[in-house]
Design a protein around this ligand. Structure first.
Ligand code: ADP
Ligand code: ADP
Ligand code: ZN
Length: 214
């Protein structure tokens, strides 16, 4: 099964993709994580992408399309995948359809997490992750059960993304409305689009998603 999760920064795509990954034994493919790995590795691509990401703008379509096409070909994607952060533009959505066609694959569910923009500022500025296992947390909405210790791996080091500040989030929200939101209409016209209330609690959102995919 192949799933696309859509929604602005902070909508809960990463949080829900990790839960769906467990539930359905399919792989989360986060293009943001892939780009951050390139930045951390200091690759040519990473060096070019960093500036764009720090400004809260979108990295070029050709880079993203090539990246996803190669990733989907890896053996760990055989059971399926959850696209988290891709596609983000109409050309990416069209290229995805074409590449899946060639590979003999298809998208089974496109799910939009519907949220209020203003609430996303608080979600993003309070977001942090475990440096060891990547588990996601929030200062207020998703704290570890023991203060300072990761629930998943017991790690005690956490990190915040450089681009998770209010200024950058505002430009990312603008980029979402200008460049990404139009693809919702694309999927409404071409496929069956499901809309989930992303303002509900994490568990409630997970429940709504499970009802759609299972
Ligand atoms: P995205 O991947 O869409 O940018 P995340 O899944 O990283 O969003 O969520 C952003 C932040 O908000 C994280 O710190 C996460 O813990 C928190 N969060 C996610 N879903 C919810 C929710 N339904 N209610 C409250 N906080 C949430
Ligand atoms: P969030 O879910 O919080 O918006 P991501 O981790 O998905 O953030 O993405 C971080 C940054 O990586 C984006 O602001 C953008 O610069 C870049 N990026 C990620 N995915 C794409 C994509 N599909 N197309 C263009 N740029 C992307
Ligand atoms: Zn951890």
């Amino acid at each position: 099964m192949n799933v696309i999760l859509l929604g602005p920064p902070g909508a809960g795509k990463g949080t829900q993709a990790k839960l769906l990954q467990e539930l359905c034994s399919i792989l989360q493919l986060s293009t943001g994580d892939m780009l951050r790995a390139e930045v951390a590795a200091g690759s040519v691509l990473g060096k070019r992408a960093k500036e764009v990401m720090d400004a809260g703008q979108l990295v070029s379509d050709d880079v993203l399309i090539g990246m996803i096409s190669n990733r989907i070909d890896q053996p760990d994607c055989v059971n399926g995948f959850i696209l988290d952060g891709f596609p983000r533009t109409t050309p990416q959505a069209e290229a995805l359809d074409q590449m899946l066609d060639v590979k003999g694959l298809k998208i089974d569910h496109v799910i939009e997490l519907s949220v209020d923009d203003e609430a996303m500022i608080k979600r993003i500025t309070g977001r942090y992750t475990c440096s060891k296992c990547g588990a996601g947390y929030h200062d207020e909405f998703q704290t570890p059960s023991v203060d300072g210790i990761c629930d998943k791996c017991g790690g005690n080091k956490f990190s915040r993304r450089e681009d998770d500040n209010e200024t950058t989030v505002r430009s990312r929200l603008r980029a979402y409305h200008e460049q990404t939101a139009p693809i919702i209409a694309y999927y409404r016209d071409n496929d069956s689009l499901d809309i989930v209330d992303g303002m509900a609690d994490i568990e409630q959102v997970a429940k709504q998603l499970a009802e759609i995919v299972v």
